[in-house]
Design a protein around this ligand. Structure first.
Ligand code: PEP
Ligand code: MG
Length: 309
């Protein structure tokens, strides 16, 4: 809780089921991002439905009713299934990755969706779709989720029919159209790592341009603001699950912009919680608005420092 009594959710990001031990020790309110692609990486064959089901079920059961947000496969670009695979496209970050790959490989996606849905009978699982850029992709995905549900119904296999489906906002086009996405989804999650990469045209894996990778760029703050506003208008929760959420120097700014759900590596939860406990939203909001209306990065830094005093 902030000093003025506003409840804030601090969730954890995980990559493999064993990470849950650290999540529980961190005191997180749940899992805000389970990156399932790690189950698929560094191997030749994709895991079958049973292996995936066991992994998702183990996490759901270990979290004991707390939310577990499982992201569907975000393979491609910096996360290849087989590191030896020769890259055939010149620009993998703009290529067939994440939800695009899943829609191009519906059988592989069907297996993951069935595994996720089956696991939803054992805990509080939500589905999160990565890299959405258009409503067409979202609608195709929702159709495939329905198809996976139907296949389980036919086999009389249990699942949570009301399972929530959320979308990652990590492409500028999606942030600009956040309201349209919020209408057809249960929640949104801002992936600032990719949002920064795509908005500023900076390869997040290229050290030679890492000095330009700036979360405080006015354009990034505007895109976050648009997304938060869309969630507020439509009554849908919005979280940030990129690195920005775990940077305690940015906690007050994000709170002042209206963020109430943060998801981060479990090792950052304590320092972010410390900031939340010492923050008074009434005082933060005016400075956050000032930062938002500044289109000059040089002015943003001193304002942020003042906010963090
Ligand atoms: C992001 O892009 O901010 C995100 C959380 O996803 P990933 O880092 O796995 O691409
Ligand atoms: Mg991403």
């Amino acid at each position: 809780m902030t000093l003025d009594g506003t409840a804030i959710d601090l969730y954890a990001n995980i990559e493999v089921p064993d990470d849950v031990v650290q999540v529980k020790a961190s005191g997180a309110s749940g899992i805000g991002l389970y990156r399932t692609e790690f189950l698929f990486m560094n191997r030749r064959e994709a895991p079958n439905e049973e292996e995936q089901f066991e992994a998702y079920k183990a996490v759901a059961e270990a979290m004991d009713g707390k939310p577990v947000t499982i992201r569907t496969l975000d393979l491609g670009a910096d996360k290849q299934m087989n590191a030896d695979t020769e890259r055939t496209c010149t620009n993998p970050a703009l290529g067939l990755r994440a939800i695009r790959l899943c829609l191009a490989e519906p059988q592989m996606f069907h297996i993951q969706l069935r595994a996720l849905l089956r696991a939803s009978a054992f805990g509080n699982i939500k589905i999160l779709i990565p890299m959405l850029s258009s409503l067409t992709e979202l609608r195709q995905t929702l159709l495939l989720i329905e198809r996976a549900k139907q296949s389980l119904r036919v086999q009389k296999i249990g699942f949570n029919n009301e399972i929530e489906v959320g979308g990652m906002i990590e492409i500028p086009a999606a942030a600009l159209c956040a309201e349209a996405f919020a209408k057809e989804l249960d929640f949104l999650s801002i992936g600032t790592n990719d949002l920064i990469q795509y908005s500023l045209a900076i390869d997040r894996t290229d050290d030679s341009v890492s000095h330009l990778y700036n979360p405080l760029h006015p354009a990034i703050l505007q895109l976050i603001e648009i997304t938060l506003k869309a969630g507020l208008k439509l009554g849908k929760k919005v979280s940030v699950c990129g690195e920005m959420a775990g940077d305690s120097k940015l906690t007050r700014l994000l709170l002042g912009l209206g963020l109430r759900q943060f998801s981060m590596h479990p090792s950052h939860i304590l320092s972010v919680k410390h900031q939340v406990l010492q923050s008074d939203l009434v005082k933060l909001v005016p400075t956050a608005r000032k930062i938002l209306s500044s289109h000059d990065s040089d002015k943003i830094e001193p304002l942020l420092q003042k906010m963090n005093l």
